[in-house]
Design a binder for this molecule. Sequence first.
Ligand code: PXP
Length: 247
Amino acid sequence: MRFHVNIDHIATLRNARGTPYPDPVEGARLCERAGAAGITAHLREDRRHIRDDDVERLRQSVTTLLNLEMAATDEMLEIAARVRPDVITLVPERREERTTEGGLDVLRARRQIEKIAGMCSQRGIKLSLFIEADAEQIRESHALGATQIELHTGVYCLADAGARGPELEKIVSGAAYAQGLGLEVAAGHGLTRDNVTAIACIAAIRELNIGHAVISDAVFMGIEPAVQAFHATIRAARAEIGARRGP
Ligand code: PXP
């Protein structure tokens, strides 16, 4: 299981006061030192947290893997083609939303995704699509040439006790379906140390992208202990799967 830390909210804190600190690039370096397998950053259209020069500096500094989340627009296509992250994750984006509120509608965005998929294959960039655990969206992601899908866990994370089981079941079956098509499966959004275990126990999911809760924990614990604590929780969940399968 790859654990990628999304460092957007280090930039949120920096931008709140217009200071040069805290620097998300330095934060990324510390996350990598603490064991993160990759760094994720979302360059939003309104640049509310990560900015263009952060992405350029992250590209210079990140030694693990840089996953750039972005909307499927021509502006972002041009930036990504220049910066060459290791992975591009296409996400839906609405200016008025507080955070990414739903999965990408792959069927509606097909033409833009095809354009970006073409650029990715020319430049050797892995393409991941952030979608709901819906069979049609998964099939279309595969048909469009994505290597990976990232399943949106936000609804599961916010669900009350009664709805949580069915939401988890959707993610379990979506992950298995995608894996059966040959897609790599990641998951993310809204994950905390309290709710990550059930998601990390899904064998078909091989990557988690976690941001807000890691940076929130870091406020009290320090960033390296926060990354290590998340990592320990995820590793314990994976060990549980191994133990269930037996030797
Ligand atoms: N994955 C994707 C595709 C996202 O857009 C986000 C939010 O930027 C995350 C993961 C991380 O979500 P959170 O900050 O809630 O952990």
